[in-house]
Write a protein that binds this ligand. Structure first.
Ligand SMILES: NC(=O)c1ccc[n+]([C@@H]2O[C@H](COP(=O)([O-])OP(=O)(O)OC[C@H]3O[C@@H](n4cnc5c(N)ncnc54)[C@H](O)[C@@H]3O)[C@@H](O)[C@H]2O)c1
Length: 430
């Protein structure tokens, strides 16, 4: 079945004070419901709604799904306070999955992009999950978030990524029974090749792309290489969950609050070759090694505890750690939008071009970063890399070079050969 979304770019970009034009829906299946918005000061807004979960024609095309909606309202201080920023467009793939089930509500509530930042959500699902995505959209609607201005649903990347300012790519296939890591690289790599090409064609050229679906570093590399119109610097893979887990372990071990644990870096791949860095970490302004004073624990136990945390959560709870992953995606984005404090860093896997640590260029590799709060970042250049760290950093680099070799056919390069033997997927992630 063909699926498309209405084009409402003008609405999304509407300045806080300008009136908004609403799509005119033409089919008999359409109904419009008047209701009072949550913080509208009693002013009604009109919801254009497709009651019958079928296609409906709009003046800009076909809207598929239980609804694609815009709100028709007069912009007043009550509906759109003057201090609010212009709306941004945020695409989320894998919108019916476990991580999205938490993340979308964080975004709509203002936790991720700020409580003065209206958002239009573009939900991308797979063909199999399209009904479920509609259910998610209905729950968003029922939550009456004032900042949520539009919700679009699609199963086509070319539609879902149209004009987006941020793309959060979570959707990926899980590893099937008997599937090797190299098979997963190829299977999911094809998804990110296609999504990179779609971003290249239709996204805002300043779009920031956050890759979560595994193997996330190499998926981000594939998307980046397929989107030459976008800045290489704007492709990131999520390692913030690893950073948060490392920080929390150091806090618990030292009996200090998380807030006093700073400068904890994650180097490398989001896999079991990742390097949680206690060497540069501080607790209450002192080196973590000095405060913890237990080198055996730091060198032998700390890293495996961080790496097996996802599996430990599943063992206790029977579910994967979707909630803390979603929180870490919000943290990842907030860290780009808020200046990094002196003496601290944040981590995501970014392009290694021009890095100050001699790591092979042209990889997506997690490193300590600083942001001035404008959505961009710089790689910290003052981290000590001792022999302990160097050996592990090189091992993770080699793994990522091998992964790159396996996907050369997906990044427009020839001569690749896949020589992955070790299973380095983090336990607890499919
Ligand atoms: N980087 C990290 O720190 C980190 C942490 C946790 C999980 N992950 C990864 O995130 C991914 C999602 O995890 P989850 O728990 O939400 O999984 P999930 O299985 O609950 O959800 C994935 C969703 O993606 C959809 N999907 C599959 N292919 C798609 C495509 N081509 N386009 C759009 N949607 C598609 C599926 O239908 C499903 O609804 C997995 O690859 C997982 O390994 C990464």
């Amino acid at each position: 079945m063909k699926t498309t979304m209405t084009s409402a770019r003008a609405a999304g970009k509407a300045a806080a004070t300008s009136a908004r034009k609403v799509q005119v829906l033409r089919t008999a299946t359409t109904m419009s419901a008047r209701r009072v918005g949550p913080s509208t000061g009693g002013r009604a807004k009109t919801l254009k709604h497709n009651a019958g979960v079928t296609e409906m024609e709009t003046d800009n095309g076909t809207c598929y799904g239980s609804f694609c909606y815009n709100f028709e309202f007069e912009n007043t201080e009550a509906t759109t306070p003057a201090h609010w920023k212009p709306a941004i467009r945020v695409a989320v793939s894998g919108a019916a999955g476990q991580i999205s089930n938490h993340l979308l509500f964080q975004i709509a509530s203002g936790l991720t992009f700020g409580d003065d930042q209206p958002v239009a959500l573009h939900l991308l699902g797979s063909d199999r999950s399209k009904d479920a995505v509609q259910g998610v959209a209905m729950e968003l609607e029922d939550s009456c978030y004032p900042l949520l201005r539009e919700v679009w649903i699609s199963i086509e990347a070319d539609q879902a990524f149209r004009d987006v300012d941020w793309a959060i790519l979570i959707g990926a296939k899980p590893r099937g029974p008997g599937m090797e890591r190299s098979d997963l690289l190829d299977l999911n790599g094809q998804i990110f090749q296609m999504q990179g090409q779609a971003l290249n064609k239709v996204a805002n050229p300043d779009c920031k792309v956050v890759v979560v679906g595994n193997p996330c570093n190499t998926n981000a590399l594939i998307a980046m290489q397929n989107a030459p119109n976008l800045k290489r610097k704007n492709f990131h893979a999520l390692t913030r969950l690893d950073q948060n887990r490392a920080r929390s372990q150091l806090a618990v071990k030292s009996n200090c609050h998380y807030g006093s644990v700073k400068n904890v870096a994650i180097w490398g791949n989001h896999s079991t070759t990742q390097v949680p860095d206690f060497v540069n970490a501080t607790i209450l302004g002192e080196p973590a090694e000095k405060v913890i004073d237990d080198q055996d624990w730091l060198e032998e136990e700390f890293t495996p505890v961080v790496q097996t945390r996802g599996a430990a959560v599943i063992k206790k709870w029977g579910r994967s750690s979707g909630a803390s992953t979603a929180v870490s995606i919000s943290d990842h984005i907030r860290s780009l939008l808020v200046p990094t404090e002196e003496g601290d860093c944040f981590c995501m896997a970014v392009c290694t071009d021009g890095n100050p640590y001699g790591i092979e260029e042209g990889l997506i590799y997690s490193m300590p970063l600083k942001s001035t709060g404008d959505g961009s970042y710089e790689i910290c250049d003052d981290f000590e890399v001792n022999d302990y760290l160097r050996e592990k950093i090189v091992k993770s680099q080699e793994e990522l070079m091998n992964e790159k070799n396996c996907v050369k056919h997906l990044i427009g390069e020839s001569g690749g050969a896949c020589a992955i033997t070790e299973d380095t997927m983090l336990p607890g992630e499919n």
